[in-house]
Design a binder for this molecule. Structure first.
Ligand SMILES: O=C1O[C@H]([C@@H](O)CO)C(O)=C1O
Length: 486
């Protein structure tokens, strides 16, 4: 979002939530071709299915740095049989009730949960084979291909919780784009995709065309209780109703984090991509912990759990309102003697809505520091997503980040992205230039985790923003002012 920070869609941050019956028009520039998606950013509405793909084509006369004969778009998500409002209530209850694992993984909104397409390959389970004729609304969306061609597959994950692994049986995949940025192409058998991420991959239809092949989606990073979602790669002239003869791809073990780290470390920027500034002006270290507040379970960042204000920051800063949020600076780091391998010794976190004011055009380093959650020996994956910017992913590391770890930074060809994971008990170092006037959310893209406070807010150059459409600010204190003015 460049030049229109009020069109970023984050309730309480860039605008007021859109009430039932209201209309809000998002008008914005699309400066960069790539694979994106949009979604509701209020409460847990993304979990409820409020999302869709957003693909930006290359401008007329421009070319992609790779070629392909056809293209498919797969939006990946997860699904619960309980309504998202009920989930919100459970997460905000005392005692805390966790939402559990999703009932289904979805590929373009279609999945299987009480049957398996590949049941005949699974000898140990009594799950029946799915009986789809192909016309049902829930039948998997088959990918029809011609032999000996190259296809582009656009993948984006809007999952509420699940980290995913994606594979096409018997086919290699070449990764060429990540989060709307071209990457140095590399070939893998399968790949991870975390919530908030998008990719383009290329694959060649170089297999026996008398057969069909599996496309599989499985859960990573959490003990999977959710069956794999499948669809079929259908080679012409083979019939789309022929289930593949080969067994489906074997998913990597859910907690094989080294496997995931290997994949993440393969992602490098394409030659000629913008390089990061060689040094930073400000470093913010963000400790990710799970804590209690008054008996509620929360996620907190440097011991502060984000509780959004009723007046959107963008409006309250623009209008110069003092009382709309806490103007104290949130903590830049965490206590030096904190042991990230153990549950928080002081599990009493606080709520907060302060924001990190960044100097316009300064270079900011963020070190995301993972830690133990509330239970011993538990540390989870968190995909962090930054609004309004791409950042360079300088390094992933294990344990507690120290100054020595700066040596590990890749300043030569780090990938530009808008989402990056922290692995259990690890850290991830990001760098970005605060060159986009606005107020920007930076948060764990796992929907229940954001709901439980796992986010921070950055602001820069707000004084440089011109006239903001009033209908973004018709709530809270800005709403009162606008009402007065009539
Ligand atoms: O936020 C979370 O809460 C639960 C668990 O930690 C507490 O029940 C879980 O698995 C999460 O990811």
């Amino acid at each position: 979002m460049f030049g229109t920070p009020w069109a970023d869609g984050t309730a309480s941050i860039s605008q007021c939530a859109i009430n039932p019956g209201e209309t809000f028009i998002y008008r914005f520039k699309v400066p960069k071709a790539g694979t994106y998606f949009y979604h509701g950013h209020y409460g847990m509405q993304r979990s409820a299915g409020l999302y869709g793909s957003l693909i930006v084509d290359v401008a007329k006369g421009e070319k992609e740095p790779f070629q392909y004969d056809g293209e498919f778009n797969l939006l990946l998500s997860d699904w619960w049989h309980k309504a998202s409002e009920e989930q919100e209530v459970a997460l905000s209850s005392k005692p805390f009730r966790w939402i559990g694992e999703p009932q289904t993984l979805l590929i373009n909104g279609r999945g299987q949960y009480n049957c398996s397409l590949a049941a005949k390959f699974n000898k140990s389970s009594d799950v029946p084979t799915c009986q789809f004729s192909g016309n049902e609304q829930c039948a998997p969306q088959t990918l029809h291909v011609q032999p000996n061609k190259t296809y582009r597959l656009r993948l984006a994950s809007t999952t509420a919780l699940a980290s995913l692994n994606f594979a096409i049986g018997n086919h290699k995949i070449k990764v060429v784009e990540a989060d709307g940025n071209y990457v140095q192409p590399f070939v893998v058998d399968e790949m991870d995709i975390y919530s908030g991420e998008s990719y383009s991959i290329l694959f060649k239809t170089d297999q026996d065309p008398s057969q069909n092949y599996w496309i599989s989606l499985s859960v990573r990073g959490r003990l999977p209780k959710t069956p794999e979602a499948r669809t079929i790669l259908n080679y012409s002239p083979s019939s789309p109703s022929n289930l593949p003869n080969s067994p489906p791809p074997v998913a990597p073990i859910w907690n094989d984090y080294n496997h995931s780290k290997t994949f993440s470390n393969k992602i490098l920027s394409q030659i000629g991509s913008p390089k990061p500034p060689p040094s930073f002006d400000r470093r913010i270290i963000l400790l990710n912990t799970q804590n209690h507040i008054d008996g509620y379970i929360k996620w907190s960042i440097n011991n502060v759990s984000l509780l959004l204000p009723t007046t959107p920051y963008l409006g309250s800063i623009k209008f110069g309102l003092k009382g709309a949020f806490d103007h104290k600076k949130p903590p830049q780091t965490y206590p030096i003697d904190y042991n990230v391998m153990m549950p928080a010794p002081n599990t009493n976190a606080t709520y907060g809505n302060g924001i990190y004011m960044l100097d316009f055009n300064s270079t900011v380093d963020v070190i995301l520091q993972n830690a133990n959650a509330l239970a011993v020996n538990v540390s989870e994956i968190h995909p962090w997503h930054l609004h309004g910017h791409d950042f360079w992913v300088l390094a992933y590391g294990d344990g507690k980040f120290t100054k020595e770890d700066e040596k590990k930074f890749n300043l030569k060809n780090p990938p530009l992205r808008n989402t990056a994971v922290i692995f259990p008990y690890g850290w991830t170092a990001l760098r970005f230039v605060a060159n986009n006037p606005g107020v920007w959310a930076f948060h764990c893209h796992i929907e229940p985790h954001l709901h439980m406070g796992m986010g921070v807010v950055f602001a820069e150059g707000v004084h440089l923003i011109g006239k903001v459409p009033n209908d973004a600010f018709s709530c809270g204190l800005t709403g009162k002012i606008l009402n007065h003015k009539g």
